[in-house]
Design a protein around this ligand. Structure first.
Ligand code: HEM
Length: 392
C-alpha cells in the first residue's frame, strides 16, 4: 500500500492512532524515498527520518531552534518550558543547574530506593494469575521514582498522572482541554514549592531550582514552576514506554530472558538497546531559523520540523538488523535520548529505572503474554504501550 502512494509524508501525522503499534514500515519508506519531506498536518512541518540528518539537525541549534516555537509539534499555548524550549547559551545555565542531580553518581545513590519501589509494586502481582503489567507496574513505578526526584509526594501520583494524561491526549487535538489540567499541575507544583521554601533541600529538582541561580540571578518562582512542569513531561511517559516495551519483548522471547539471567553483565548494553528499539520519544519539534538545506532538501526559515528519533533508531545505515533486539549491540549510538545540546538530562536515571524494572521482572519467574489480549498503544511526540496483560 505504501509503495503505490506518492508523497507518504504529506499525510503523515505522529498522532495517527492507526500507526501507534507499527510505525516502522512508514518510517522505512520515508527514509528510503522522502528523508526530508513536507507533511500538511498540524499547520505543516518537515518530517526528518534519516539518522544522519537527525544528528545534524539535533546538534545545530543555530539553524534548528527549540526556543522559537517550542519543541512540541503542534506548538503548545504555554510559556517556553526550560530547559527543553530555550536555546544555548541560556540553555547551558539550566543544564549546569540540573547536572549534579541527574549525574551518574547521584542516580546510583538512589538505586536502593528505586529497587524498593519496584519490589513493593511487583509483590502483589505474584498472587495474581493475570495482571496488567503496564498499568500495575511500569506506570506507577515510573511515576513514583520520577516524582520523588522532582520533589513531590507519593500521594501526588494519581492526580498528577491523571492531569498529565489529559494534557498529553489533547496536545494534538484540543487546546481548550489543556488549560484546566495545566492549571491543576501548576497549582500542585506551587504547593510543593511552599514546602521547599520552609525546608530547603538539594536532593530534589524543585529544591535545586529554588536554591539555584541563572545568569547570576536567583531562579524566579515562575521559572521553577515551568521547569518542573517540563521535566514532569519528559520523565513520565517516556519511561513507562521503555519499560512496557522491553517487557513486551521479553514476554515473547524466553531465550532473551534466559540470557540476561545467565549473563547480567549484558545489561550494560541491553538497556540502551531497549531504549533504541522502543524509542519512546518518537519525535520532537524544531523551527528552521533561516533558509537552509537538510539532507539535500531546501527548507525555509520559519518552517516547523519534526525530528523523528524513532525512525533514526531503525536506520539500516547506522544499525545492522535495526528491527532486531541485539542484547549486546555495540556500538549503539542511538538517538533514543536525542542528540545535541538537548540530549536527555535524565538518561542515567532512565537507564537505571529500565534496568531495575527488568531485573525485578525476571526475578519474578516465568510469565507470558496473556491469551486473548492485545497491548494498548498510544502515539504522539511519545509512543508506547499503556496496557499489557501477562499471565503466569
Ligand atoms: C526512557 C526514558 C526517556 C527517554 C526515551 C527520554 C528521551 C528524551 C529525548 C529524546 C530528549 C530530547 C528532546 C529534544 O531533543 O528535543 C529528552 C530531553 C529531556 N529529558 Fe528525557 N527521556 C527519558 C527519561 C527522562 C527522565 C527520567 C527525565 C527526568 C527525570 C527526563 C528529563 C528530560 C529533560 C529535562 C529533557 C530536556 C533536556 C534539555 O532540553 O536540555 N527524561 N529526553
Amino acid at each position: 500500500m505504501i509503495d503505490e502512494e506518492p508523497g507518504i509524508a504529506r499525510t503523515y501525522d505522529h498522532f495517527d492512532i492507526s500507526l501507534a503499534a507499527d510505525p516502522w514500515p512508514i518510517f522505512e519508506a520515508l527514509r528510503s524515498r522522502e528523508p526530508v519531506a513536507w507533511s500538511e498536518c498540524h499547520g505543516g512541518f518537515w518530517v526528518v527520518s534519516r539518522y544522519e540528518d537527525l544528528l545534524e539537525a539535533g546538534s545545530d541549534w543555530h539553524r534548528f531552534s527549540n526556543a522559537e516555537h517550542g519543541a512540541s509539534l503542534p506548538e503548545l499555548p504555554f510559556p517556553r518550558l526550560a530547559p527543553l524550549e530555550v536555546d544555548p547559551p541560556l540553555h547551558r545555565e539550566y543544564r549546569r543547574l540540573m547536572n549534579d542531580l541527574f549525574s551518574p553518581a547521584s542516580v546510583q545513590a538512589r538505586e536502593p530506593k528505586i529497587r524498593e519501589i519496584a519490589q513493593e509494586l511487583m509483590r502483589p502481582l505474584s498472587d495474581m494469575q493475570r495482571f496488567d503489567y503496564s498499568k500495575m507496574f511500569a506506570t506507577p513505578f515510573s511515576q513514583n521514582v520520577a516524582l520523588g526526584v522532582l520533589g513531590f509526594h507519593d500521594s501526588d501520583r494519581e492526580e498528577l498522572a491523571t492531569w498529565i494524561a489529559e494534557i498529553a491526549i489533547n496536545v494534538g487535538m484540543d487546546f481548550e482541554q489543556i488549560f484546566e489540567p495545566g492549571i491543576k499541575v501548576l497549582g500542585r507544583i506551587g504547593e510543593r514549592m511552599e514546602e521547599h521554601r520552609k525546608e530547603p533541600r538539594s536532593d530534589t529538582l524543585i529544591g535545586v531550582l529554588m536554591g539555584g541561580e541563572i545568569n547570576g540571578e536567583p531562579v524566579g518562582d515562575q521559572d521553577v514552576l515551568t521547569t518542573t512542569f517540563m521535566v514532569l513531561f519528559g520523565a513520565l511517559d517516556t519511561t513507562v514506554s521503555a519499560i512496557s516495551g522491553a517487557a513486551w519483548y521479553l514476554a515473547q522471547h524466553p531465550e532473551a530472558r534466559a540470557r540476561l539471567l545467565a549473563e547480567p553483565e549484558l545489561y550494560e548494553f541491553a538497556v540502551d538497546e531497549f531504549v533504541r528499539w522502543t524509542s519512546p520519544s518518537q519525535g520532537m519539534g524544531r523551527t528552521v531559523m533561516a533558509d537552509t538545506t537538510l539532507g539535500g532538501c531546501p527548507v525555509r526559515g520559519g518552517d516547523r520540523m519534526l525530528l523523528l528519533w524513532a525512525s533514526g533508531n531503525r536506520d539500516e545505515n547506522e544499525f545492522p538488523n535495526p528491527d532486531d533486539v541485539v542484547l549486546d549491540r555495540h556500538p549503539n549510538r542511538h538517538v533514543g535520548f536525542g542528540a545535541g545540546p538537548h540530549r536527555c538530562v535524565g538518561s542515567h536515571l532512565a537507564r537505571l529505572m529500565v534496568r531495575v524494572a527488568i531485573e525485578e521482572l525476571l526475578a519474578f519467574g516465568d510469565f507470558r503474554l496473556a491469551a486473548d489480549s492485545e497491548p494498548v498503544w498510544v502515539t504522539g511526540l511519545t509512543r508506547g504501550i499503556r496496557s499489557l496483560y501477562f499471565e503466569h
